[in-house]
Design a binder for this molecule. Structure first.
Ligand code: Q46
Ligand code: ZN
Length: 308
């Protein structure tokens, strides 16, 4: 196997591109994919301040590294989700990367600042933890970006993540979610702009990027991921991709280019009907936002039944 760019011995193949790369050319390939996503979708300019949502995993650390290498002003935000040892370890990877590169990492601790972690939220809602976790992360990412005056929030969702979410949304015809699924979600009153610069890179490419670039990241999966339905959707997509490389990218990019706008209008009118949460001020269709009502449920004292 030879590198497509320089003909040196290759270290990785990318079947979707029908190409193999040596180490330097692979790192260049990753940078190019991110540069293209940022420029094609006008995610942000070099003058804007980007806040990267950093989990300590491969995608978010690679994203932070790639944006800095491309010359963007990118700081990090780590949210401690209170998931036992997993959260302790992932936080260490995020802090170590920031310290080794002299970067600013903001931190929010869910339990320390709001009195509950993801396990308590999951118990209170009696649903799979990822729902309460995702809701909390979206709320805290947005409020931290606004509080610290960032122009844009970048998340490490990659091609595999986005294709799996798209498949889930299509299977259930979740038109509201389809309207919001785009590499750029523009800013609105109370909402910072949100972007996904890794949509042109797959999970395997992100792991390879970290290894070749010498970035240490948490390899263990989140112990609360078991009920996450996207794992099954990823397996389905991987078997389609095995038979026909390029399927995932065609599915996702076809939607972004030709499908998304058909669903986007309904989303915009949804957003204009919001008002401030009476508890925290975040935009919400109800009196209290979903995060504040989750917090109320997760921190409510457990009722003890009197024994007979
Ligand atoms: S951290 Fe949270 Fe993920 Fe763990 S509980 Fe689910 S959503 S799997 S990215
Ligand atoms: Zn609120």
């Amino acid at each position: 196997m030879k590198c497509r760019r320089c003909k040196a011995p290759a270290v990785i193949d990318v079947r979707r591109h029908n190409a193999a790369f040596c180490q330097d050319c692979f790192l260049h390939h990753c940078r190019e994919q991110v540069r293209r996503s940022v420029e094609d979708h006008r995610m942000f300019s070099p003058q804007e301040r980007v806040l990267v949502a950093v989990s300590g995993g491969k995608d978010s650390l690679a994203l932070w590294d790639l944006l800095r290498t491309l010359g963007y002003q990118a700081d990090g935000l780590y949210i401690g989700l209170g998931i036992g040892e997993y959260s302790d370890t992932s936080g260490t990877f995020a802090r170590d990367y920031a310290a080794a590169n002299g970067l600013t990492l903001h931190e929010v601790d869910l339990r320390g600042e709001f009195g509950f972690g993801v396990p308590e939220a999951a118990a209170a809602t009696r649903r799979a933890p990822c729902g309460a976790c995702g809701l909390s992360k979206r709320h805290l990412f947005n409020s931290a970006a606004l509080e610290h005056g960032y122009d844009v929030l970048a998340t490490g969702h990659n091609l595999d993540d986005e294709a799996a979410v798209l498949l889930g949304n299509v299977l259930r015809w979740e038109t509201g979610y389809l309207g919001r699924q785009h590499p750029v979600l523009p800013a609105a009153p109370g909402f910072v702009r949100k972007v996904k610069p890794l949509i042109r890179l797959g999970e395997r490419e992100m792991a390879a990027y970290c290894v070749l670039q010498g970035i240490d990241y948490i390899v263990e999966e989140c112990p609360m991921a078991a009920g996450n339905r996207h794992l099954g959707l990823k397996e389905v997509l991987n078997s389609l991709e095995d038979r026909s490389p390029g399927t995932k990218a065609a599915f996702l990019f076809g939607f972004v280019e030709r499908g998304h706008e058909r669903f986007a209008e309904a989303t915009e009118s949804d957003r204009s009907a919001l008002r401030p949460c009476t508890s925290c001020g975040a935009p919400t269709p109800a009196e209290i936002c979903a995060f504040c009502s989750l917090r109320a449920r997760a921190t409510a004292p457990v009722a003890v039944r009197p024994s007979r």
